[in-house]
Design a binder for this molecule. Structure first.
Ligand code: K2U
Ligand code: ZN
Length: 176
């Protein structure tokens, strides 16, 4: 299974707003499958299509606890139709390596979405999956968890990652 390349901050492609999925075909199922493999390989619990430079409204998730059976899920054209409570949790992002910080989210969400076959479903959940769903839908709207942090923190993160990006470029140059 080929793994997909994850777009890294501050790449402008992470800021694009994704468009609705209309073709529920074999290609869609294949991309979702490749995203799932990429998510597992990156030790993530979610991955949005935007993060692999596919600007359509879907994401994959598996928030099953370590040691528990896998619970892979695909959410296509997801919409949060209800939300309850507030919770603060430590977030990370596969597109913003080595940055973690606290973010406030709704504690429980009801999400309406479609399966890769196009069947509609509705799910009400709390816990890590609720946080993940909100984090991934933000990705589809070009939003990143660091957007909720203070301007000062955002500036520090940008400087840190631009430095890392320069080092990646230098390493690549040495390699060639
Ligand atoms: O979308 C992504 O970049 C993957 C995110 C999804 C996520 C972020 C915060 C909270 C829940 C899900 C993560 O990088 S996956 C890594 C991770 C694993 C366990 C808990 C939090 C984050
Ligand atoms: Zn993310």
């Amino acid at each position: 299974m080929s793994l997909l390349e994850i777009v890294l901050f501050p790449d402008e492609r992470l800021r694009r707003v994704a468009t609705d999925v209309t073709q529920f075909d074999a290609h869609l199922a294949q991309v979702a499958d490749q995203m799932m493999s990429t998510m597992y390989a990156s030790r993530g619990v979610g991955l949005a299509a935007t993060q692999v430079d596919v600007h359509q409204r879907f994401f994959v998730a598996d928030c099953a606890d370590e040691g528990k059976p896998a619970a892979p899920m695909v959410f296509i054209n997801p919409i949060i139709v209800d939300r309850e409570g507030l919770i603060e949790s430590e977030e990370g992002c596969l597109s913003i390596p080595d940055i973690n910080d606290k973010v406030m989210r709704s504690e429980s969400v009801t999400v309406r979405a479609q399966t890769v076959q196009g069947a509609s479903f509705e799910l009400t959940t709390g816990g890590l999956l609720a946080v993940c769903i909100q984090h991934e839908i933000d990705h589809l709207n070009g939003k990143l968890f660091i957007d909720y942090l203070s301007p000062l923190k955002q500036q520090r993160i940008r400087k840190k990652l631009e430095k890392a990006q320069r080092h990646r470029a230098l390493d690549a140059k040495d390699f060639l």
